[in-house]
Write a protein that binds this ligand. Structure first.
Ligand SMILES: Nc1nc2c(ncn2[C@@H]2O[C@H](COP(=O)(O)OP(=O)(O)OP(=O)(O)O)[C@@H](O)[C@H]2O)c(=O)[nH]1
Ligand SMILES: [Mg+2]
Length: 428
């Protein structure tokens, strides 16, 4: 099990894919530029800079290529919220439909913002609805631009106070933090950016967002997804508001007409046109949201082909590397098995030789014993022949002591040996 786990760690099936999200000007492209060698366009005017979803490559700590997705904010100055949502939904559902999951999302927020304005609230609400509560644990809520706060403790205190306000209120980040989102400060340098992405990379779990499951698995049109429905509702409300305002302007224009106040009439007609344009654009946006994942594919067939191709290429490389690695492991295991078999064969042979040796030793012991018995009997015979007058009894004692190292000391026990049989055997 340990081996398999390590192998999976060494070869994750997919490349790292992380999306960077947040308001226009929150520092998304700047954050990405700290991690990639690709050229990233950073905005320096009040206008939104990143108008379309863009994908950049970077290398993770092991040197494997990963992908950072730069997204436009929902408060984009050049595109409507529907267009931005379509772009993001398309990118995410396209990845998901090819089995590519995100490691996580990094939501950037400027700590220099005094409060959450309407557009910031809408941006955050849409983001939460895109993800769904189950995905919050793969979200990092990151504050940027700490260096732009007043210097010293004043700035730090202001920052902490704002961070507390964000983290403790469910309207803002509270609900996400309670459901597993992680708060982090980005200090504007590469090391800080690396620490933040590493947190998501090392998490290991990847995530399917609500918008991805709703569009791809449940075949919902964008306006039927939770995020799409929220935007649709806000567009319907805007339409109603513009309609009421248009009625009001028309009534005033009619009144001015009756009073022949042509300057006011002219001014109000311009105002009417302005509301009609707004209504037209809102109802156009409403229509745009009624689009399925399949229809999106047809509308934007080329858009993410490069991204998908790159990720699939990366996957194929990883699969090949993994296969090669597994092959090498199998070779080593086969070699180890072969050695084991050789060792066990040699052990059997050694045991057999030891067994034979023990047998030979026993035979040798028996022969020694017979030899000693015979030599003892022979000596006894010589002694009885030599025994007679003049022979001192201590000569017998001396002979028997001298024979201790070749035979039994006690002639009554001719089978006792100087070295016990068991010891002889065990010392083989
Ligand atoms: N002081 C300071 N300025 C920063 C920091 N990060 C980004 N900026 C500046 O903020 C401005 C906007 O940065 P971008 O990275 O373009 O922001 P963005 O979120 O990509 O904006 P859009 O593409 O319009 O959605 C640029 O002028 C950056 O130089 C930071 O950490 N500190
Ligand atoms: Mg940008």
């Amino acid at each position: 099990m340990g081996g398999k786990f390590e192998m999976e760690q060494a070869f994750p099936d997919d490349a790292v894919v992380i999306a960077i999200v947040g308001m226009t000007g929150s520092g998304k492209s700047s954050f990405i530029s700290l991690l990639t060698d690709d050229s990233v366009e950073v905005g320096h005017s009040l206008n939104s800079c990143t108008a379309n979803v863009k994908v950049y490559t970077f290398r993770d700590d092991r040197g494997h290529p990963g992908y950072l997705i730069d997204t436009p904010g929902f408060d984009d100055t050049t595109r409507s919220d529907s267009e931005v949502l379509i772009d993001i939904a398309f990118c995410f559902s396209k990845l998901y439909s090819r089995g590519i999951l995100l490691n996580g999302l990094i939501y950037l927020h400027r700590i220099t913002d005094v409060r959450m304005q309407g557009s910031a609230m809408k941006n955050l609400t849409l983001f939460k609805k895109l993800c769904g509560r189950h995905a919050f644990s793969n979200v990092m809520l990151v504050t940027t631009m700490w260096d732009a706060l007043p210097p010293g403790r004043t700035g730090d205190d202001i920052g902490k106070e704002r961070l507390d306000a964000l983290a403790n209120d469910d309207k803002y980040w509270g609900e996400m933090e309670r459901n597993g989102s992680t708060l982090a400060r980005h200090m504007g340098n590469p090391k800080s950016a690396r620490v933040i992405v590493n947190y998501l990379i090392h998490k290991k779990t990847k995530v399917a967002l609500d918008i991805q499951q709703q569009m791809v698995d449940h075949h919902l049109d964008l306006n039927e997804t939770v995020a799409g429905a929220y935007l649709q509702q806000s567009l319907v409300e805007s339409c109603k508001k513009y309609e009421n305002e248009l009625d009001e302007v028309q009534r005033s224009a009619d009144l001015a007409q009756e009073e022949r106040d042509m300057d006011t009439v002219e001014m109000l007609r311009v105002e009417e046109d302005r509301y009609r344009t707004k209504m037209k654009s809102a109802s156009g946006d409403l229509r745009k949201l009624r689009i399925s994942h399949q229809a999106l594919e047809k509308v934007k067939p080329e858009k993410y082909r490069r991204l998908i191709r790159a990720i699939e290429h990366e996957r194929a490389l990883r699969a090949a590397e993994k296969h090669e690695f597994e092959q090498r492991i199998a070779d080593v295991q086969a070699r180890v098995r072969r050695r084991d078999r050789e060792i066990s064969h040699l052990t059997e042979e050694t045991d057999h030789l030891a067994y034979n040796l023990r047998g030979k030793n026993q035979e040798l012991d028996v022969m020694r014993s017979q030899l000693r018995s015979r030599s003892y009997a022979g000596r006894k015979e010589i002694h009885s022949e030599e025994e007679g007058p003049g022979i001192r009894s201590d000569s017998i004692r001396r002979d028997s002591v001298a024979s201790d190292h070749v035979g039994p000391s006690n002639p009554a026990s001719p089978n006792r040996f100087p070295m016990p049989l068991t010891r002889t055997m065990s010392s083989i």
